[in-house]
Design a protein around this ligand. Structure first.
Ligand SMILES: Nc1nc2c(c(=O)[nH]1)N=C([C@H](O)[C@H](O)COP(=O)(O)OP(=O)(O)OP(=O)(O)O)CN2
Length: 151
């Protein structure tokens, strides 16, 4: 797919890596950049893969729910406590540690589902053509590290 566009979202996000041998097993946070890359074989009638605004409209609210939120392994013995205390600001990862890799995959799946919805929507202000695909999602961890998911 020769055409690619990207949009970066910034979120403040915490996680606990229960299997980590060092400090990462304790609650801690990262200022993360989430980069979404979409691709298409051809451009739409506006000469775009799709409008950048379409990405924000499709995904903004979802990523907002991960902002100032804590990603947790549901197998964490304190998962129930955290969820009771912080409600929707706890983002569950089903029996897996919420590493940047797992986060990138979860966001990739969400982007793909939301793109399908957007391309099926009729009369959208920022239409998404059916040929638009999510190519990859990159999630930064620190200024020197990131993880990426693609298929
Ligand atoms: N492959 C992965 N490795 C690590 C992840 C991860 O999500 N995927 N996460 C962590 C921790 O969350 C940690 O906060 C970040 O680790 P690190 O980059 O080692 O952070 P430092 O700032 O301590 O790095 P230094 O360069 O050693 O100062 C760990 N690994």
């Amino acid at each position: 797919m020769p055409y690619r566009i990207s949009k970066i979202f910034e979120i403040e996000n915490g996680h606990i890596l229960s299997k980590h041998p060092d400090n990462c097993r304790f609650p801690h946070g990262h200022s993360r950049m989430v980069e979404i890359v979409l691709a298409a074989d051809s451009l739409d009638s506006n000469d775009m893969v799709c409008d950048f605004k379409a990405i924000k409209e499709s995904l903004g609210a979802f990523l907002e729910s991960w902002d100032h939120a804590l990603c947790l392994n549901t197998a964490d013995p304190n998962f129930g406590f955290y969820q009771k205390t912080y409600g929707s600001r706890i983002i569950p990862f089903e029996k897996t540690d919420p590493t940047s890799e797992r986060m990138a995959k979860a966001i990739f799946d969400e982007v793909r589902a939301r793109l399908a919805e957007a391309s099926a929507a009729k009369g959208a202000r920022y239409p998404v053509a059916s040929g638009v695909r999510v190519e990859r999602v990159r999630v930064t961890e620190t200024s020197s590290t990131w993880a990426e998911y693609s298929e």
